[in-house]
Write a protein that binds this ligand. Structure first.
Ligand SMILES: Nc1ncnc2c1ncn2[C@@H]1O[C@H](COP(=O)(O)OP(=O)(O)OP(=O)(O)O)[C@@H](O)[C@H]1O
Ligand SMILES: [Mg+2]
Length: 449
């Protein structure tokens, strides 16, 4: 029988649901707040989570995002005291399994749990059939969105090999952290990790930096010096901004990759090196090849395994989990970890993040600098994020939540379903899959007037 986690800050309801579900043969664990719930999820063994929406300090939606970051396979059912428009839309978009509006009948909850169990057994069958495990958990690396799942899959596949990897992505998308994650999950994890930014070192010094030099080989070479390749021996060398590497040096690098030995500047001796090279670029290397500023043979050597990191604006599901990760990282020792208010979360979701994850990290640092107590609210965020929100007009003010809430909610839901149906060319099965609802639920929602 499935193990259900129930989260509610009202002990009475918790007890009631617990006994009802137990009577229906379920194994039940309970938690009175989000943090206690996450502790239980981390321990493993939970099949389905049922959470109240209105809770402090962590609300149900935040808890859902957190659970998704830890164990994306757990279906989460949301209990709402009243249908909240924004939450329902957000819930639909971000993959809440289903939500029940209070008061609900026990049968409704049981039916909902049965559907969740069906989905679990279906995805277990798919997972068993697929060659690769579907779960990825890399230390300090957050990935909740479907786009990042395929990045994680590549990381997992290439990490144990010795293959050269090329990582492409806009500035701040996480190129370096991905390179490090590959290193940490490789057989070289305990050997050196050496990073060099090719754009930060003057052209004439880069060669001696990378390969070392012998005494007297040029003015200022007062002693023999080991280069980064030797320093990284047995480990991984990360060449950041590889497009800035001078052509001549590109040729030398290619030779080192092929022959696995280096020669210090001014030296005659070949020194064997065992180094895995990971390169990163935020410039389009293919274009650089066409322009003649990047050697095509070196490009093809690297391009065998390429990881393209999507910009943050293309993977909104990562925003809140990343924000919470940065909050945790910034709070030292036993300092309480503040929650993100619903308004602030909405502003973070609405912004388009030209500076990607690094900009989000800075926004959180900014908020924590001004933070006092309670939740992290909108006014703590950098002004440009709020300006953007005001312009995009996504905010729903309190005045909008009036008696016609239900019809507004239905309309929004309908619009969203239609948009997804459009994307799937009218294929309801695919749309239901994308919306993470049962096909029958989709039909019901479509026939609702
Ligand atoms: N998925 C992630 N999980 C956790 N932290 C992340 C993630 N992606 C990026 N970061 C953090 O965001 C910041 C920027 O990432 P990183 O330095 O890896 O980006 P980059 O693509 O190398 O940027 P640049 O092009 O500016 O060099 C770092 O502090 C990094 O730790
Ligand atoms: Mg970088």
């Amino acid at each position: 029988m499935s193990k259900i986690l129930i989260v509610d800050d009202e002990p009475r309801i918790l007890l009631l649901l617990q006994s009802l579900l137990k009577a229906n043969g379920y194994v039940v664990e309970t938690a009175r707040d989000g943090n206690a719930a996450l502790d239980i999820v981390r321990k493993g063994g939970i099949d389905i989570a049922v959470t109240d929406l209105r809770m402090t300090p962590m609300d149900g939606m935040t808890l859902f995002h957190e659970i998704k970051a830890i164990a994306p396979e757990i279906p989460v059912i949301l209990l709402t005291a009243y249908a909240s428009v924004e939450t329902a839309i957000e819930a639909m978009k971000s993959g809440i399994f289903d939500y029940l509006t209070k008061p609900f009948k026990v049968d409704d909850l049981i039916a909902c749990l049965k559907r969740a169990e069906e989905r679990i057994s279906k995805s277990a069958t798919t997972a068993a059939k697929s060659e690769h495990p579907v779960r990825y958990r890399f230390e300090n690396f957050i990935a909740s969105s479907p786009l990042m799942a395929s990045v994680c899959e590549t990381i997992q596949k290439v990490a144990p090999t010795a293959a050269t990897v090329l990582i492409n992505g806009e500035s701040g998308t996480g190129k370096e952290i991905i390179a490090r994650t590959i290193h940490r999950n490789s057989t070289r994890a305990k050997r050196p990790w050496v990073a060099v930014n090719c754009a930060a070192i003057p052209e004439n010094l880069l060669e001696s930096e990378m390969f070392g030099h012998v005494k007297g080989s040029f003015t200022g070479a007062v002693a023999d010096k080991e280069g980064l390749f030797e320093a990284a021996n047995g480990g991984t060398l990360f060449l950041d901004e590889i497009s800035s590497m001078p052509l001549l040096l590109q040729g030398k690098l290619l030779r080192v990759l092929q022959e696995k030995e280096i020669r210090r500047v001014g030296g005659t001796k070949s020194i064997p090196v065992d180094v895995r090279v990971i390169a990163a670029s935020n410039a389009n290397l293919e274009e650089a090849v066409v322009k003649g500023t990047f050697r095509s043979d070196l490009y093809y050597r690297f391009a065998v395994i390429t990881i393209d990191i999507p910009p943050l604006r293309k993977r909104p599901d990562d925003i809140i989990p990343l924000a919470r990760h940065f909050i945790r990282a910034e709070r030292s020792g036993t300092a309480p970890i503040p929650e993100i208010s619903a308004d602030a979360a909405k502003a973070l979701m609405a912004y388009d993040w030209p500076g990607n994850v690094r900009e989000l990290e800075n926004a959180i640092k900014h908020a924590l600098t001004f933070y006092h107590s309670g939740e992290i609210t909108c006014d703590l965020l950098p002004p440009k994020i709020l300006e953007h929100k005001a312009k995009s007009g996504q905010a729903v003010s309190a005045g909008d939540t009036n008696a016609s809430l239900k019809s507004f909610l239905k309309q929004k839901e309908r619009e969203y379903i239609e948009q997804i149906l459009n994307n799937t060319g009218g294929d309801k099965e695919k749309a239901a899959e994308a919306l993470k609802v049962n096909l029958s639920t989709l039909y019901r929602k479509l026939s609702d007037d």
